[in-house]
Structures are given as structure tokens and as C-alpha cells.
Design a protein around this ligand. Sequence first.
Ligand code: ATP
Length: 216
Amino acid sequence: MTGGTPSPRVGVFGGTFDPVHNGHLHVARELREALGLDRIFWVPAGRPPHKTGQIVSSDRDRLQMLRLALRESLGDEISSVDIDRSGPSYTADMLELLHDTMAPATLVFLMGEDSLRDFPTWRDPDRIIRAAELAVAARPGIDIDIESIAAQFPVVRGRVRVIPTTELAVSSSEIRERVRDAKSLYGLVPDSVANYIREHHLYLDRADNGTLIPAR
Ligand code: ATP
């Protein structure tokens, strides 16, 4: 870019978001502040390849819960780029698409440390690293072994930042389990999301209200 205006830095937060929960909201807020991001694109996965054979809520339900969770949050936007395209949801494809449409913005792909550990098994890590920087949220006291990942994929060197974040220990699996066990979701998801789950009878009988992710 010429001139003195720096290109915007845009976070990309990908996930299944089935459902979005307060842990996602909390970590996104902390990463945004720490990294000085102008905005964050939340990108729900269309057909998560690592969830083959599992039942995932419909695109419509997952998108709607994200809309409810983010409706008062300036600077958080939802992108359906991954839901709208066919084929399995590879992060590399999604990031290249966003990279091309958002140029000259610098993309920062946000992830939890569990995702970084799986990174070497992801398809096309080199393409991911070319399209975006990586920022990994790390709980205080947890050592992340970037070196062993960099040994396998030298391209990650200098492209991954580890950001200490405070932990809000909640997961989508826990939410789904609590719904099945008729336990409260108070403090774990925004009230609007809890109401949506109740009104649409989500997670009670997965066979009835989800989509089976087919094997490739
Ligand atoms: P599931 O329990 O179904 O595996 P999840 O809670 O991990 O779901 P995803 O939608 O798979 O949610 O996660 C999207 C991203 O959010 C991933 O990068 C994951 O590491 C991160 N993430 C999920 N929960 C938390 C949390 N409590 N704190 C920080 N990051 C999180």
C-alpha cells in the first residue's frame, strides 16, 4: 500500500458455532483488543471436514444464533462465505476467498490453542499461512510449542502470535449436553441464544433437527 494509511487488520474467527457461546465471545473480545483489530469476521463452517459423520445444526440455526449473539456488537460481522460454497469447508479455501475480497486488509486468523495443536493435520497449512497471520489464544501458564509446529512447517515462523488470554471454560459440546440434561445455560450463552435454543428445540434429539455431515 502506498501513502501513510496502514491497511486495516481484520480478524477471522472460524468455527462450527453449534452453538456460539460466551467462551467464543470472550476470547474474540480479548484477541481484538490485544491485536488492535479493526473488526472481526465470524465465519461459520459449512461442512466441517473434521465433523464427518456427526450431526450439526442447520446453517440457518447456527447463523441465526450468531446474529443474536453479535447484534449489539459493533465491529463484529458474520460472513457466510463458507456456508455459501460447495464442498468441504477447508480453512485454506475460506481464507483465500476472504483475502481476495478484503484486499488490501491484513487478515488475522484467530484460534484457540486446541486448534493450533491440530494445525499440522489441516489441509494446506502453507496456503493458510500465505493468506493470513495466525493468532492463538493461550491460557496463562500453558506453554504452546510453536517450535515443533515450525519444525514441520517453517512458513509459520514469524506468522503466529500467541496471545495470553483469560479462560472462560465453556464449549459447544458442553452446551449441547446441558440442553439434553435439561440443565441451565445461564452465564454460558447470551440469553437470546438460550431462548433460541429452547424455542427451536435444538440439541434435544440431534437426529431430528440437525444435518449429517457426509463423508467425502
Ligand atoms: P465443540 O465443543 O463442539 O468442539 P467448540 O466449543 O470448541 O465446539 P468451535 O465452534 O468448534 O467451538 O470453536 C471455534 C473456535 O473457538 C476454535 O478455534 C476453538 O479453539 C475456539 N474456542 C472454543 N471454545 C473456546 C473457549 N472457551 N475459549 C477460547 N477459545 C475457544
